[in-house]
Design a protein around this ligand. Structure first.
Ligand SMILES: *Cc1c(COP(=O)(O)O)cnc(C)c1O
Length: 365
């Protein structure tokens, strides 16, 4: 059997190593000028110059963003259940209640009608996830938030560079979080970046990330240590210069798979949407887990299932959703398979993925 094709593969080059070395040699490794430069460059690159604040993980970015937006005990925040646990967790960590709603089947993102039905007087905001790198239904959600008087936030952990009608994700919500974990579309090692609608929200996130201090030892509020280091920022700055090309490669890889896969549903792209293919996710209607196992054992293709257990059924979060039934979420959780689409794939890798999927999908039907 040929070499294993991993489901994700961060690309780290000599430039990243040199940047880290430069910071290490400077002797100043904690949050400093590299972080400030990374924030500015990220903002210009992805979110049209909105304020951006770097933190030490995407999860911290969501948590601090929600706190800075005033979310706390007694509030409700409407979230999809079909997402990584960090989405629901970050709401719960503020003391607020995550209200889980269903997705719409096309894009796997939160269903605006389900959101509308879930709004109560306690609803503080809506936190859609741009799952797999495809923008959520932001036109409808933005209108809904405005007419119902609730806030809009964004979990853009998987969606660096995704856009709707030319407007980038990360520019819709009061805040938006981008993850910089190694398997995401770009990395800083660990890290997160939060873009904000106002300088005031950015200021509060900066306070929360640094023990509630703006001036040394004059702590204004109770805060965290969620600072990014200059070592991580230096990696992120180099990755920023490459991520555009990687995204184009992801999109070209996806186009190849779209044209060559048979027997599985290919990922739809909504009108006006720019999909950045953090994942290339298909549905397999029968024996999904057997399909994933055979891709690996028979063809050396590493596929992933994101996510087999939705947030509202996780032991950690289930108490927020007793007896909740979310049919499209359940169906997606049992059918989805994410095939490798990352920019390290060779043409031979892509052909092997197509051969494997077509053989197994046929054998299964
Ligand atoms: C990765 C991810 C997060 C959390 O980001 P970390 O940097 O790993 O803390 C949150 N939400 C979604 C949808 C993610 O994919």
């Amino acid at each position: 059997m040929s070499d294993f094709i991993p489901p994700a593969k961060p690309i780290i080059g000599d430039e990243e190593r040199e940047a880290v070395d430069r910071v290490l040699r400077s002797g100043m490794v904690a949050q400093g000028p590299e972080v400030a430069a990374f924030e500015q460059e990220f903002s210009a690159h992805f979110v049209q110059g909105r304020p951006a604040v770097a933190v030490n993980s995407g999860t911290a970015g969501l948590h601090l963003g929600l706190l800075a937006a005033g979310v706390g005990a007694g509030d409700e925040v409407i979230v999809p259940s079909f997402t990584f646990a960090a989405t629901g967790n970050s709401v719960a960590l503020t003391g607020a209640t995550p209200v889980f709603v269903d997705i719409e089947p096309e894009t796997f993102s939160i269903d605006p009608e389900a959101v509308a039905a879930a709004i109560t007087p306690k609803t503080k905001g809506i936190l859609p996830v741009h799952l797999y790198g495809h923008p959520a239904r932001m036109r409808e959600l933005e209108a809904l938030a405005a007419t119902r008087g609730v806030a809009l936030y964004e979990d853009a952990a998987q969606a660096h560079g995704a856009a709707l009608d030319g407007r980038p994700v990360g520019t819709f919500g009061d805040f938006a979080m981008f993850s910089l974990y190694p398997t995401k579309n770009m990395t800083s090692g660990e890290g997160g970046m939060v873009s904000t609608a106002t300088g005031e929200i950015a200021r509060r996130i900066k306070l929360l990330r640094n023990q509630g201090m703006e001036r040394q030892y004059e702590n204004e509020i109770i805060g965290f240590n969620a600072r990014m280091t200059d070592i991580h920022a230096a990696i992120g700055r180099v990755q920023l210069t490459k991520v555009g090309e990687w995204t184009r490669t992801r999109q070209a890889n996806a186009a190849f798979l779209d044209a060559n896969l048979r027997g599985v549903s290919i990922p739809p792209v909504a009108d006006g949407a720019e999909h950045v293919y953090h994942q290339y996710t298909v549905r397999v209607l029968e024996d999904r887990d057997g399909f994933v196992a055979a891709l690996k054992s028979e063809y050396g293709v590493g596929a992933g299932v994101y996510y087999p257990i939705p947030n509202h059924r996780l032991p950690s979060l289930a108490s927020f959703a007793p007896g909740l039934d979310l049919p499209e979420t359940e169906r997606a959780a049992s059918e989805v398979v994410s095939l490798p689409v990352h920019p390290s794939l060779t043409q031979a890798d892509l052909e092997r993925i197509a051969t494997a999927v077509n053989a197994l999908a046929k054998a299964g039907s």
